[in-house]
Design a protein around this ligand. Structure first.
Ligand code: AMP
Length: 410
């Protein structure tokens, strides 16, 4: 299969060639022709499958063929849950659209709005945005969504997890009812299905991997380990394996900071990336990691969403997430683009409960290992009681960010 046979124009084929892609990925092969037919799409795909090009390429082709409007009102809106993902999608739109005459810009919170406002006032064909800043600037009447022809919701599951449901509803009401809708999500909960039913019109289902499953090439393993000795064990793994690029997940922002500090003290260059870091600090950390100047990136779940880091060999769950779907997202960072990867989880006695939820979602049992000298210690009676009562699972992801969303971002 070639990109040409999918019906893409010369200008787009040129950009694809420049990127060095020789053939479309499975999701691109399936999604591109359907989108070009102007059908709605429900895409089951996580980052790393090539889904961004899968929706961006046909979107550019449609807008480029369509009628040009003099003032360049927004004709395509791409919504993403996080700033990082918005920036990455925008960068991709610019690359794939290099040889067509369409303007794109990106808006997200946490940075000065002025340059975003002036870009929008100049007229823009494609807008990539996070929901909060989009509504802020729309309320200020900086732009209109009345001419939107194509709407893309990227990582829709994460958008709902972050409490954007109400913002989404509002945004949908600002656009014309007659438009093409593309919804991409890595997992399909009841809420996502409800959202999809609410606004997609006879969508075509496009899948990159089987529902809620992890990529086949990821070798997964659970180390049952003493909670107090996790850092020591991690350092041993990194040093003995001579790992050059490791992504580590912690549950909290403070945990991410603390771990990065400890690693740096042991001469393993590390940077933390989470919602309390400024946009500049996050971009710098990610840049250093990609260039190989920083060996370890310690991230919280939300901060890591959509990060474009190809071919990541090692992903470590320093702590397991209490939301099983987050595990799928985390390990989706490895084993990408045909390369195999390793996803290791360091699990203390208190966290054992979480493994069951994850295994249920994956419908498979994860291999466990106990390393001599790092055996898990006894779980305190208090913790045991909390686990038995189910108190360990009382955090409901859907409500977690509601209300004070900006401050609570992980
Ligand atoms: P995405 O899933 O959109 O985040 O893309 C993951 C990575 O795959 C990005 O680094 C893309 O540049 C790359 N990519 C997308 N499409 C292709 C393709 N057809 N061939 C090779 N790499 C690709």
């Amino acid at each position: 299969m070639t990109f040409k046979s999918l019906g893409l124009s010369e200008a787009l084929l040129r950009a694809i060639d420049k990127k060095g892609y020789t053939e479309p990925s499975p999701i691109q092969e399936k999604a591109i022709p359907i989108i070009l037919e102007r059908r709605d799409v429900l895409g089951a795909a996580q980052t790393g499958t090539g889904k961004t090009a899968g929706f961006t390429l046909p979107l550019l082709q449609i807008l480029n063929k369509g009628q040009r409007l003099r003032k360049r009102p927004v004709r395509a809106l791409i919504l993403t849950p996080t700033r990082e993902l918005a920036a990455q999608v925008h960068a991709n739109v610019k690359e794939y659209g290099e040889f067509v005459d369409l303007r794109a810009t990106v808006i997200f919170g946490g940075v000065n709005a002025k340059p975003q406002i002036s870009a929008l006032r100049n007229g823009i064909d494609i807008l990539v945005a996070t929901p909060g800043r989009l509504l802020d600037l729309h309320n200020q009447r900086v732009f209109s969504l009345a001419s939107v022809e194509i709407l893309v919701l990227d990582e829709a599951d994460r958008m709902l997890d972050m409490g954007f449901a109400r913002d989404l509803k509002k945004i949908l009401s600002l656009m014309p009812a007659r438009r093409q809708n593309l919804l991409f999500s890595a997992t399909f909960s009841k809420e996502i299905k409800k959202l999809a039913n609410a606004f997609l019109r006879h969508p075509e289902l496009v899948e990159a991997t089987p529902e809620n499953s992890t990529a086949e090439k990821v070798n997964q393993k659970v180390y049952l380990i003493d909670k107090a000795r996790k850092t020591e064990f991690l350092i041993k793994l990194i040093n003995e394996g001579d790992w050059k690029q490791v992504l580590i997940f912690t549950r909290t922002k403070h945990g991410a900071n603390r771990l990065a500090e400890k690693l740096n003290k042991k001469a393993i260059t590390a940077a933390a990336i989470h919602g309390n870091k400024s946009q500049g600090a996050r971009t710098k950390a990610l840049g250093g990691f990609k260039k190989g100047e920083v060996r370890v990136l310690v991230a919280t779940d939300i901060a890591a969403r959509g990060l474009d880091i190809p071919l990541l060999p090692h992903v470590i769950n320093f702590e397991l997430p209490n939301v099983p779907e987050d595990y799928v997202h985390r390990i989706g960072r490895t084993g990408r683009a045909g390369a195999s990867g390793e996803a290791l989880s360091l699990v203390s006695g208190e966290e054992k409960e979480y493994i069951r939820g994850i295994e249920k979602l994956l419908a498979e049992k994860l291999p466990r290992e106990i390393v001599a000298g790092f055996e898990p210690g006894p779980v305190s009676q208090q913790t045991e009681r909390a686990v038995q009562k189910g108190n360990f699972r009382k955090h409901k992801p859907k409500n977690k960010y509601r209300g004070n969303r900006r401050n609570k971002r992980r």
